[in-house]
Design a protein around this ligand. Sequence first.
Ligand code: ADP
Ligand code: ZN
Ligand code: MG
Length: 480
Amino acid sequence: MKYQPTIGLEIHCILRTQTKMFCDCPNEPEEKEPNRNTCPVCLGHPGTLPTINRKAVESVIRVGLALQGKINPICKFDRKNYFYPDLPKGYQISQYDQPLVLGGELNGIRLRRIHLEEDAARLLHEISGQTKKGEASFVDFNRASVPLMELVTEPDLRSAEETVEFARELQRILRYLKVSDADMEKGHLRIEANVSLNMGPKVELKNINSFKAVGSAIAYELKRQEEVLEGGGTVAHETRGWDEVNQKSVSQRSKEEAQDYRYFPEPDLPPFETEIFSPEELRGALPELPAMKRTRFAKEFGLSPDQVALLVDDLELSEYFEECLSELATRDESASSTVEKSSTVLLFNYLTSDLAGLLAEGGITIRKSKVKPEHLAHLVDLIVDGKIMSRQAKDILKKVFETGTDPEDVMKDEGLETVSDNSELEKAIKEVIYENPKAVEDLRAGKEASMQFLIGKCMGKLRGRGNPATIKEVISKIIK
Ligand code: ADP
Ligand code: ZN
Ligand code: MG
């Protein structure tokens, strides 16, 4: 592209707290019953007083610390005035010139600020089966005034891909910090992208509901602006909405009509010192974050960057993996606390392919599964000790997944143990040799393919419980 793309983000994130931002209503924006979680405060009745949700402030401070931001020593809330049916008070309590967090950095992108505000209610323009679009609109105040964090970046991003990666890493950090579910599809994490070429007028993209849409919306918008410039036109400074169905951006409003919000300090909430939230204590209690975990996993477990990324992307999965490893370490009778590389790789494979497949099929998360870390560790041990082959391991895992029974018990109950008893093995092999004279003759004549055929027959007789290498050895001994 001969034009320089410039992208800056404004990201909103619903915080996971017990109660709403300024009242005691439950913070449950997904509550099905409309207007269940409401009170005079969040409905904006005159004469009511807001009180600050401590957990929400702490959450934003923790995000700021995790992203190397500066915690503003003195903060305040401001009223952002505008009218819309989803805003009962006629203003939103937000933070204007003294946000909680200043600066910061993520993936090399500078952050401008992070502040705390309240979410708006939800408007429904139709109720399926009851009303049609255009007939009437409804307001559900369950989401009104739930704590909302807003993070603004500097316009440092240069491509759609870089922006998606930034957003994904931010999501991981929010989840590691346990401040939000940060689910884009559910609207917990909402991303608005400002896009321009050659520092020309910027277009604000709204209505982006997935990471995939972040990528396609920005790519589309960059291309559209390039075409405007190539055609000798100028890009309009406007807000455009992403149309997911038609995969294009559509003009929503021109910035010429930009409204004046008449911000002024919230008179019911005086400015406060952030010191009262003990930021240094919060800093000390920060968990290990994704970047640190990736470095540690690569160093400690000798996994490839892709393997590490797969685990670290998912906090639960990475924690589960480490729990399996410590189970393996304690099971190891040699008492050395380091787990063999081969066991680590086996564990990784069974966790991220076999177990992950079962979880996806069952539509459950790993912590809801009956397969506990000690089960998976035990399964890996059985494989490493040569007690079961991979075919049996997969069957056993399936059974553990269904019943929560220990893998060794499943192995015994179902007779899945690899046959190591030589008499049983030899009996099967001798039968096979007796039943397949032609193949034996071919093998004697040097046809190696016949060996595979005979091994296959033996495995069949042993119902897959044989070790192909041992079988091959025994056949060779008998025949040659
Ligand atoms: P405005 O005054 O129009 O609201 P701001 O400077 O406050 O603009 O920035 C709002 C958002 O737009 C920020 O995320 C910022 O990174 C981004 N932004 C600013 N300038 C540009 C630009 N030239 N191209 C793309 N994004 C930009
Ligand atoms: Zn309320
Ligand atoms: Mg602005």
